[in-house]
Design a binder for this molecule. Structure first.
Ligand code: SF4
Length: 192
């Protein structure tokens, strides 16, 4: 990949890609490209499964079902949902723990300190959050994040930080998400 190549719809990701490339640091875009050369065609289509000890199973070339009886469509959807929800869940818990730590830091209840308040202020500005002191702002930002992750309304974090092109597409498809905990845990959302 050339250093000026666009690797994301998000401009900040492209800037970071350029920077780490110039510094010769390994990065996700280049690693992804390298991995593409040797990928298994079954895995690429979602037709490979290792969820239980009866596997691994692959569907295709005369094998219509996994050992458990799942067919191709079921395996593809299960892989897609399982793998993507797993990642989303894991990072959501990271996010909420980071927000709780930020709140505790603002309240003076953690061993940490806010070393770059200008970054916090930039983040708060994007969300329209104001606060007199750095500590007060940290608490407000943390509370906002915790609330937004559980919101029944379209996520303000997504609406603020997702790339414009993506938001337009999601809007068109009716896919703007509510708070991520609603998307993950509220069964009413799954059929919509
Ligand atoms: S396809 Fe079914 S039997 Fe095969 S590994 Fe996956 S869950 Fe197990």
């Amino acid at each position: 990949m050339s250093r000026n190549e666009i690797v994301s719809e998000h401009e900040s990701v492209n800037r970071m890609y350029q920077l780490v490339s110039e510094l010769g640091i390994t990065n996700i875009a280049d690693r992804y490209r390298t991995q593409e050369k040797g990928r298994c065609p079954y895995c690429m289509k979602g037709l490979s499964c290792q969820l239980c000890s009866m596997g691994p199973c692959r569907i295709g070339n005369g094998k219509e079902y996994g050992a458990c009886g799942i067919d191709a469509a079921g395996m593809v959807v299960r892989n897609f949902v399982h793998l993507n929800m797993l990642g989303t869940e894991a990072y959501t818990y990271h996010a909420i723990e980071a927000a709780k730590t930020l709140k505790a830091t603002g309240e003076g209840k953690s061993p940490f300190e806010i070393k770059e308040p200008e970054k916090l202020r930039w983040f708060a500005d994007q969300l329209g959050i104001e606060g007199d002191s750095t500590e007060a702002l940290a608490v407000k930002v943390a509370e906002f994040i915790i609330s937004d992750l559980s919101s029944h309304e379209p996520s303000k974090l997504v609406l603020t930080f997702a790339p414009k092109k993506r938001k337009e597409l999601w809007q068109k498809l009716g896919l703007i998400p509510d708070g991520v905990f609603q998307e993950l845990l509220n069964p009413e959302k799954w059929g919509s």
